[in-house]
Write a protein that binds this ligand. Structure first.
Ligand SMILES: Nc1nc2c(ncn2[C@@H]2O[C@H](COP(=O)(O)OP(=O)(O)O)[C@@H](O)[C@H]2O)c(=O)[nH]1
Ligand SMILES: [Mg+2]
Length: 333
């Protein structure tokens, strides 16, 4: 007996089984900006959400300046995680508009082991998207890889602009990779990024750089103790690590396990996810309302007039904005 069903059912079944091609196609779909694709993507996300999101997964955000060793670390850490029985998804977020093919190629060669491993899924995001777009795609990509059975999700971002904050708001735990230098160079690390880190790793703690790395660990530990902790129940540890040799990687797993135990005991991991989901809805709603307002030609003329008035100083911005809002009503669909 042949049952001709909805082809979507077959695709979702493949995705659920962890089929990497089905997963890659699903992510391409959510990344598409075509209207028809978007409708299809939302149907897929709705089906997956209805079946219940896997909650035992761990989402780790990771950042650090270019050259600090993120790709090398992800390869080392990811393979070690697979050896510990995890299925690992790596999502690379790069909101900068011109990422060269060379950089992606370099990442691919540094993550060759992971790229080959059947227990891993590696996906760089397309360049050139807005930060809001990156956040949506990455949030949805996390939903998809988890539905496909990947229980450890690494979201890597380069240390530019606001992308770390966006990644931190999509993940359970945020790891910051630091170079083995202290003193003046320590001043150059953005304070805001240090503040959102749950674990700090000083990479390249090997060979000639081992002594400098040890000093940097002491410097960062002192600096961290002066900051207000992100949460009351966790003081971010600073550890030396070598992505090149693998030294210190076991200790990273121990700290992650300790973080997880502490977070679960405080009820904080799932609470953070709930809060993040609510924030994402507000962000989408805010952006969607503004886009619908601006897309409506009836509003465009009124908006232009109001912008000219406030620029000329003949109207107050808040008053002009309220008048525009009063006029929208039924056309904001
Ligand atoms: N000595 C040493 N070099 C490293 C280590 N990790 C990465 N590197 C080197 O640092 C450079 C940049 O590494 P990469 O992983 O591409 O950094 P990313 O730009 O942060 O992704 C490469 O030449 C790596 O071989 C490490 O633990 N020790
Ligand atoms: Mg890299």
């Amino acid at each position: 007996v042949t049952v001709v069903g909805d082809p979507r059912d077959a695709r979702i079944a493949l995705l659920r089984r962890g089929d990497r091609r089905a997963l890659a196609r699903a992510i391409t779909l959510i990344e598409s900006t075509r209207g028809a694709d978007r409708a299809e993507a939302e149907a897929l996300l709705t089906r997956i959400a209805a079946e219940g999101a896997p909650q035992a997964t761990l989402r780790i955000g990771m950042s650090g300046v270019p050259g600090v060793g993120k790709s090398t670390f992800v390869e080392r850490f990811g393979l070690a995680a697979i050896a510990r029985g995890h299925r690992v998804a790596v999502l690379a977020v790069d909101p900068s508009s011109k990422r060269t093919g060379g950089a992606i190629l370099g990442d691919k060669t540094r993550m060759a082991g992971l790229a080959r491993a059947p227990e891993a899924f590696v996906r760089p995001t397309a360049a050139g998207a807005t930060l809001g777009g990156v956040a949506r795609r990455t949030g949805e990509a996390i939903e998809l890889v988890e539905a496909a059975g990947f229980d450890l999700v690494l979201v890597e971002t380069v240390g530019v602009g606001q992308s770390e904050t966006a990644v931190a708001s999509l993940t359970d735990l945020f790891i910051l990779l630091l170079p083995p230098a202290g003193g003046d160079e320590l001043q150059g690390i953005k304070k805001g990024v240090v503040e959102i880190a749950d674990i700090l790793l000083v990479n390249k703690a090997d060979g000639d750089l081992a002594a400098a790395a040890a000093r940097a660990v002491a410097d960062y530990t002192a600096a961290i103790n002066l900051l207000r902790p992100r949460v009351a129940w966790w003081r971010p540890p600073v550890l030396p690590v070598s992505a090149a040799t693998g030294a210190g990687v076991d200790a990273v797993f121990e700290e992650i396990a300790r973080w997880r135990q502490t977070a679960e005991a405080a009820g904080a991991r799932l609470a953070r996810r709930r809060e993040q989901a609510r924030e994402r809805l507000w962000d989408e709603l805010t952006a969607g309302l503004v886009a619908r307002f601006a897309d409506d030609p009836a509003n465009a003329a009124r908006l232009e007039a109001a912008l000219a008035e406030v620029a000329a100083g003949t109207a107050s911005p808040a008053v002009a904005a309220r008048r525009l809002l009063d006029g929208i009503g039924a056309n904001l669909r």
